[in-house]
Design a protein around this ligand. Structure first.
Ligand SMILES: *Cc1c(COP(=O)(O)O)cnc(C)c1O
Length: 386
């Protein structure tokens, strides 16, 4: 990497690792002013009452004790929900943390040599693959661990071409549904990628942050197929579909070998990533499928009516399988973003060449989305008067 001018602003006592990083920039969490917050894909509805109850019950004198490092209650809840073994589940402090562990556990760094293992250090390190438009934390983790990567391009409709991910490489990670586009690949295509990478002896990570909002006939979680693909790791955050972004809780599912790899990294970093409250909350959330399927079906209905309303106003709207909409306003997106902010609505704009004309709008309640559509209508008519 060529040093850029920002490096000169870094204090001299930062490590070369710290100097070289380009950290992820999270969506704004405003403190100064009341916004309708549609910028970080949080769930507009509260967590299940069973979750609040579980947190209350865990808030007791046992907090003086370290939590269970293996997150048993979460693992058992996930095992029961998905009909798998508890040993095939890993609990983590948000899926960002699990992703960081997974990159370290399964993807090779360009500069690492394993002591005493000539074969690995002699092999040139193959780049991992993820789409050029996807969750913007992936390149950040790759840079953190010095993992080379390539980013196959989406097509003009933001579709992933599954063929791109069947080639020899260092491993594959896909968000499915993808962010920020909201487009999902079907189960058949994902199985083909898993199969190709199994033959290639590489790990395929599927980040299912939004899978509970995917309701097309051919899409769904890959968790039922983990026994067919011992190289496939599924990551499932509870931030979005379980309304627990504030709790920091997620789990990963895969073969016992993959889970063992994650444990190796975790236990070289921090053995107690999930606190007692987060473990109790997660187990309750994973168990209360009745509550969440109702809540998330409501979010999907809101997505459909909001998509239709924005299209009526002249937005280009990508059909979404997630709890957000990727839409291009009928006039300059940066100005539109600013105008919405002025009117009290926070959405997300990714100022990069391929996404600069688009806004990612998280789904709020129906009332919030009606207000957003109204604000968009006003902005468009104000623009027309200019
Ligand atoms: C939100 C999001 C995450 C992060 O989830 P946390 O569990 O809150 O860390 C991971 N991947 C994708 C694709 C996301 O959109």
């Amino acid at each position: 990497m060529t040093p850029d001018k920002s490096l000169s602003a870094v204090p001299y006592y930062y490590s070369s690792l710290a100097c070289g990083l380009t950290p992820y920039v999270p969506g704004e969490q405003p403190k100064d002013r009341k916004f309708i917050k549609l910028n970080t894909n949080e769930n507009p509805y509260p967590p299940s009452p069973a979750v609040i109850e579980a947190i209350r019950n865990a808030a007791n004198e046992n907090l003086r004790l370290y939590p269970d490092p293996s997150c048993s209650v979460l693992r058992e809840a996930a095992a029961a929900r998905w009909g798998i073994k508890a040993e095939q589940v890993f609990g983590g402090n948000g899926s960002d943390e699990i992703l960081a562990f997974a990159f370290a556990a399964f993807f090779n760094s360009a500069y690492s040599e394993r002591p005493g293992q000539q074969a690995v250090s002699a092999r040139s390190v193959e780049p991992i693959l993820f789409p050029n438009i996807s969750y913007s934390f992936y390149p950040v983790y790759a840079a953190l661990w010095n993992i080379p990567f390539k980013t196959p391009e989406l097509d003009r409709e933001f579709n992933i071409n599954p063929q791109d991910y069947k080639q020899n490489c260092g491993g594959v990670i896909l968000a499915n549904p993808n962010a920020p586009t909201g487009k999902a690949l079907g189960i058949k295509a994902l199985k083909e990628i898993a199969e190709a990478q199994l033959r290639n002896k590489k790990v395929f990570i599927v980040d299912e942050a939004y899978i509970e909002f995917a309701d097309s006939a051919d899409s769904g979680s890959m968790i039922p197929f983990i026994n067919e693909y011992p190289n496939m790791l599924i990551i499932h955050t509870l931030s979005k579909d379980a309304s627990l972004a504030g709790m920091r809780a997620a789990y990963a599912v895969g073969s016992e070998e993959l889970i063992g790899g994650l444990c190796r990294i975790r236990d070289s970093f921090n053995s107690y990533t999930m606190d007692r409250l987060a473990q109790a909350a997660s187990a309750a959330a994973i168990t209360d499928t009745a509550y969440y399927s109702e809540v998330n079906a409501k979010v999907c209905r809101t997505r459909e009516r909001t998509s239709a309303a924005l299209a009526d106003l002249g937005f280009k709207v990508i059909p979404s399988q997630a709890n957000f909409i990727f839409a291009s306003p009928p006039s300059d997106a940066i100005k539109f973003f600013a105008a919405l902010r002025e009117k009290g609505f926070l959405v997300r704009h990714f100022n990069r060449p391929l996404t600069k004309d688009w806004l990612r709008i998280s789904m709020g309640t129906d009332a919030e989305m009606d207000a957003l559509v109204q604000a968009c209508r006003q902005i468009i008519s104000e623009n027309n008067r200019k």
